[in-house]
Design a protein. Structure first.
Length: 212
C-alpha cells in the first residue's frame, strides 16, 4: 500500500508538457524500431552465410536496446528524479520483473538440482514431453538435446518439477535399440531363430552418440 502511494505520488506532478515530450520520445523510438525491423532483414537477404544470420539475430537485440533506452529517457521526463520517487519506481519495477522472471528463476533452481541429482548427463538419450534425443549440453537454465533427425531441442530444467524424464542409458555405455520385424504365417521357427541369433552376434555394439 505504501509502495502504491509512492508510485502515485511520483506521477502526481506530471505536466502536459512532460507528457508531450514523453510521447514524442516514444513515437521516435517506435519509428526507429519499425525501421530496424524492415531495413535489416532486407539487408540480410542480400548477404549470405553467417553475416546474414548474425544480422537477423541482431534485430530483436536492437529492439530491446531501443526500448530500454526509451524507458531511461522517458522516466526522468515524467518523474522528478528524487530519492523517494526513484525508490518507489524501481520498487514497483522490481516487483513486476520478479513475476516476469519467475519461470526463469525456477529453471535456474532446477538447474542446480540437476547438477546434484543428475537425472541426465551429456551423452544420455532422454525423452521429455515427447522429445527424444541425445543430451548435447547442459546449461544453467536449460539442456540441449539432438533428436535422431538432427534437430536441436532446448529443454528448460524446470521440466524436472512436473514432467516425466525417461533416460535410455543413464550415464552408461549401453543403449538398447528396439527393431520391429514381421514374419509370414507359415514361417520356419528354427530358421528364424538362427537368423536372429546370427544378427545379434554379428551386429556391432551401438554406443550412445550413434544412431540405432
Amino acid at each position: 500500500m505504501i509502495e502504491d502511494l509512492g508510485v502515485k505520488g511520483a506521477f502526481a506532478s506530471i505536466t502536459g508538457q512532460a507528457m508531450l515530450q514523453a510521447l514524442l520520445v516514444i513515437v521516435i523510438a517506435s519509428l526507429i524500431i519499425v525501421a530496424v525491423q524492415k531495413v535489416l532483414p532486407r539487408v540480410a537477404e542480400k548477404l549470405g552465410g553467417k553475416p546474414r544470420l548474425y544480422l537477423l539475430a541482431s534485430v530483436p537485440l536492437l529492439r530491446l536496446l531501443i526500448i530500454l533506452a526509451t524507458i531511461v529517457i522517458v522516466v526522468p521526463v515524467l518523474v522528478k528524479p528524487s530519492f523517494e520517487n526513484m525508490v518507489a519506481i524501481f520498487g514497483a519495477l522490481a516487483l513486476a520483473l520478479g513475476f516476469a522472471f519467475k519461470e526463469y528463476a525456477s529453471s535456474l533452481i532446477a538447474g542446480i538440482v540437476t547438477l546434484y541429482e543428475m537425472p541426465y548427463r551429456p551423452g544420455d538419450w532422454i525423452e521429455v514431453d515427447g522429445q527424444y534425443g541425445e543430451v548435447r549440453a547442459i546449461g544453467a537454465r536449460a539442456a540441449e538435446i539432438v533428436t535422431p533427425d538432427d534437430t536441436v531441442v532446448i529443454i528448460p530444467h524446470s521440466k524436472l518439477w512436473n514432467s516425466l524424464i525417461a533416460n535410455g542409458n543413464d550415464g552408461t555405455d549401453n543403449l538398447m535399440c528396439v527393431a520391429d520385424f514381421h514374419l509370414e504365417a507359415n514361417h520356419n521357427v528354427s530358421q528364424v531363430r538362427e537368423l536372429l541369433r546370427d544378427v545379434a552376434f554379428t551386429s556391432r555394439e551401438q554406443k550412445p552418440g550413434s544412431l540405432c
